[in-house]
Write a protein that binds this ligand. Sequence first.
Ligand code: AOF
Ligand code: ZN
Length: 351
Amino acid sequence: GLRCQAQAGDMDDDGVYIRRCVELARKAAGHTSPNPMVGCVVVRGGRVVGGGFHPEAGQPHAEVFALRDAGDLAENATAYVSLEPCNHYGRTPPCTEALINAKVKDVVVGMTDPNPIVASKGIERLQSAGIDVRVCMEEEALCRKLNEAYIHRMLAGKAFATLRTTLSMNGVVLINPEGITQLLKEYDGVIISGILANKSTLPTSHEAGAKQPLYIIIAQGENSQLKIPFLKEECASEAVVLTDSPVTVKPPGVEVLVLDRMSLEFILEILAQRGLCSVLVDFREAGGEFASLLKNFQEEKLVQKVVVELLPIWAVSKGPGHLAFGGSQSFPLKDVEHKEVNGCMLLEGYV
Ligand code: AOF
Ligand code: ZN
């Protein structure tokens, strides 16, 4: 009776601690690829006695940091991990052995690891050592979302692609919007057309210590003549040019890959092989050759997610669907509020 009650009490808190693991894991957002983001907390007697996260590929895993933090208090404690602990020797030794050596009593995992080398074998290894293991169903969706890109690359062999566009409130595509670099630090790469690369500066994350994404510039046909030198001087990011034209200018210091097939599928496979899990497809041009790359992306399941950045400005241009440079002729709207009405996004702001 009592023992059951105590266990039920523990399990009620599983969600709380797994959410804490996810928060910790996110501290390394943008830094862990091709590895997942993982967080771990060690709990004893209802108290968190240790915590840690995986900072980047090549570094120790989350469990190792959390166990180090907990020290002797890990004995008989419960370890919470947002991802199933690994049981293989990769760049680092198996976390299952670290948990067993630390003599934890039980382990709660947020989700199993889709990596075929691990997939459920980590859980089995812990169980065979007499450790109780349970998957926290309550926050499994949260853990999957945290590593949606890692999971996709593992299972599909392609980078997880997010299509992004930036609009003013009156539906004008903004070529050079200022101040929206927030998304960038979460992505390993940004695919941008040669047209856009030629007429706008490539945005970089301004946050101190933020990792800059790799720019993947698609240079096709007449747009294969890139003004890349400016890129090298002004852009903190590294860039790679993908082209179907062997006559592309080869700017010094920028890698150029000549492909015989310019398909989004092929590009996402190449990027996954290079260790990129997630890529932002920067679609901020009205039509143009870049559109051919995106043809059929829905049927072929090449793009997983869409992000539309709606800026609280009214852009003066030829009209909706046209391009404008943010800033110059546009004016900001004040006291902007947004709400959802019958599945529509409603925005209002004052002139
Ligand atoms: C964990 N905890 O924090 C992470 C895990 O090359 P390695 O040694 O870093 O191994 C990478 C693999 O380990 C990765 O593909 C994934 O399966 C797992 N990541 N596992 O127990 C962690 N980052
Ligand atoms: Zn591990």
